[in-house]
Ligand binder design. Structure first.
Ligand SMILES: [Fe+2]
Ligand SMILES: [Fe+2]
Length: 140
């Protein structure tokens, strides 16, 4: 049976800020670990989800600082997307805690798909802005 596909970072996902690229790589790594742990039916599932949520929160904060420092005009809607994601994961965790059986796989697939879509989509908008305004931007 084919498992949930892993995420793979590639240069085309670079936002041209080394610290943020490193965080995106680490986020993908934790997500892939979560997929493995989930598929193995391991008891570490909730620990790895917590690790992912914690690291995502740090990443969102740092990314928002980069956008703010660069005076990126799309900061507010981008931050709203970050907040919506965290709220959605919290909702999933609550349902999982209540023992709703299909939540685990739905949550893992949602996390993976959202992180990839966001990193390759909305994050590219500030990356393009930074590239155009690179003289004004200090590296993270
Ligand atoms: Fe990001
Ligand atoms: Fe983002």
């Amino acid at each position: 049976m084919a498992g949930i596909p892993h995420l793979q970072w590639s240069q085309s996902l670079s936002v041209r800020v080394d610290g943020i690229d490193a965080q995106h790589k680490k986020l993908f790594e934790i997500t892939n670990h979560l997929i493995d742990v989930f598929e193995a039916g391991s008891g570490d599932f909730l620990t790895v989800i917590s690790e992912l949520v914690e690291y995502t929160t740090v990443h969102f904060h740092d990314e928002q600082m980069v956008m703010m420092n660069a005076k990126f005009p799309g900061l507010a809607p981008h931050t709203a997307e970050h907040d919506k994601f965290i709220a959605k994961v919290e909702e999933f965790l609550q349902a999982y805690g209540e023992g709703r059986s299909d939540t685990g796989s739905t949550m893992v697939v949602f996390l993976k798909d959202w992180l990839f879509a966001h990193t390759s989509g909305l994050d590219m908008e500030y990356a393009q802005f930074l590239a155009k305004n690179s003289a004004k931007t200090k590296a993270f």
